[in-house]
Design a protein around this ligand. Structure first.
Ligand SMILES: Cc1cc2nc3c(=O)[nH]c(=O)nc-3n(C[C@H](O)[C@H](O)[C@H](O)COP(=O)(O)OP(=O)(O)OC[C@H]3O[C@@H](n4cnc5c(N)ncnc54)[C@H](O)[C@@H]3O)c2cc1C
Length: 408
């Protein structure tokens, strides 16, 4: 069964694929856009398994794509929520230095935040910290009042609705299993039949490197899945946390450290950690995919990464298996939290691109090939930045694809 022909096929119905579909239909109303998603529902992987934080742009190297897209992304996200009646809160966040040894790194973060233009970012002392988060302990902190919370699955659903009403076709339950180019058209083989498109945008998240390779493109990186596990705070102890409490992160690791997050639905989570997953969609410790694991082990960059980060990696695994260690780290931020306050929560898996030389790509990475654009690294703050990333991708498409000649 072949199901039509399109100008642009987007592989992946997560928040970035859907934001891209939305921008394409806004900028090119006559463009025939298809989104092809393998799951029966949209937004079920990274988009549906994250902390739900609208980041304000503090952490990222000034001038990087993360810095630019996040700072722009917050404002467009908030405007989008306002315009579409999506529930969100700008509850603010604190990044807490728990002892003097963290003050230098906290200052570096402050300088980054200022350079990135994060509105209202300020350094605060222990008294102001206690006013904002009465149960936390710290010698100093950063306060980012513009940081917020939202449900990104809801946001992605509205991107999809709007793209669909503007003419995009959104197909679920169809895994792309093969891609070939012939006579100026790209043919996608999917589990629900074939389709043809003039151009392709790869937003396949945890499988983005595989989709690139299906087209014969060497992405130069491999996606290594890092699971982030959460605990949920018992309902009668949620009051310990007013909004968002983060540690000063380890600057050598692109993850933020376990933190406390109040979600837009009112529950409070602690986490996520960052452990190597044995399956790209490995949401539990026992989820193993032989193919994914052998692929990781066969990748030179994995061993180079392991050599550089084995100590941190082992520490993360130890904390993953030991509630006591997890609790100990949480107590540095919130001394009053006890083991019985924590119940096992959910998990998400980050699509982290790793270079052949073992570097974990720190920035968003978007690669162009003949007739295609590939989003190869879009971890946090990818959801916050989704509208900015989608707009950027459509800008690249305007440069490299001939979309003005699209016909309806
Ligand atoms: C634990 C965790 C916490 C996070 N916290 C935050 C946060 O607080 N704030 C924030 O801004 N960001 C956060 N992020 C990052 C954010 O979730 C991601 O940046 C964002 O969701 C990426 O969206 P995506 O569309 O690229 O990927 P995904 O949502 O993973 O979507 C990719 C889609 O492609 C589909 N797909 C893959 N292969 C194929 C194929 N062959 N055929 C068809 N479809 C395919 C998948 O099924 C999937 O639906 C977090 C991520 C994790 C994992």
């Amino acid at each position: 069964m072949s199901s039509g022909s399109y100008d642009v096929a987007i592989v992946g119905g997560g928040i970035i694929g859907l934001a891209t579909a939305l921008w394409l239909t806004r900028r090119y109303p006559r463009c025939r856009v298809a989104v092809v998603e393998k799951e029966p529902e949209l937004a079920t992987h990274q988009t549906g398994h994250n902390s739900g934080v609208i980041h304000s742009g503090i952490y990222y190297r000034p001038g990087s794509r993360k810095a630019q897209f996040c700072v722009r992304g917050v404002e467009s996200m908030v405007r989008f929520c306002d315009d579409n009646g999506v529930d969100y809160q700008r509850c603010g966040k604190v990044i807490v230095a728990t002892d003097e040894s963290e003050l230098g790194r906290m200052e570096d973060l402050y300088q980054r935040g200022v350079a990135n233009g994060v509105p209202g970012l300020e350094k605060i002392g222990p008294e102001r910290l206690r006013e904002i988060e009465p149960n936390t302990h710290g010698v100093a902190a950063l306060h980012a009042p513009g940081t917020g919370i939202v449900d990104f699955t809801t946001v992605a659903g509205i991107y999809a609705e709007q793209a669909r009403s503007a003419g995009a076709e959104i197909m679920t339950g169809r895994r792309v299993v093969g891609i070939s180019a012939r006579q100026g058209a790209i043919r996608l083989e999917t589990t629900g039949g074939g389709l043809e498109s003039r151009y392709l945008i790869n937003c396949a998240g945890l499988h983005a490197d595989r989709v690139a390779r299906m087209m014969g493109v060497d992405p130069g990186v491999r996606i290594i899945p890092f699971r982030g596990e959460y605990y949920t705070i018992r309902e009668d102890r949620r009051d310990l946390v007013k909004a968002l409490i983060y540690p000063v992160p380890n600057p050598r690791f692109p993850f933020l450290g376990v933190h406390f997050t109040r979600s837009i639905h009112g529950d409070v989570e602690a986490g996520p950690n960052a452990v190597l997953a044995l399956a790209r969609e490995g949401y539990t410790k026992t989820a193993v995919s032989l193919g994914d694991t052998l692929g990781t082990l066969a990748f030179r960059g994995f061993w180079a990464m392991a050599l550089k980060t084995w100590k941190t990696g082992l520490g993360e695994m130890h904390r993953s298996f030991s509630k006591r260690v997890f609790l100990h780290d949480l107590q540095r931020l919130l001394p009053g939290i006890r083991a019985e306050d924590l119940a096992p929560g959910g998990a998400g898996v980050r699509a982290q691109a790793v270079h052949r030389d073992g570097r974990l790509l720190d920035d968003f990475s978007i690669h162009r090939s003949q007739g295609a654009i590939h989003v190869l690294n879009a971890p946090s703050p990818g959801a916050t930045s989704s509208l900015a990333i989608g707009e950027h991708i459509v800008g690249l498409a305007a440069e490299s694809f001939d979309l003005e000649t699209s016909t309806t």
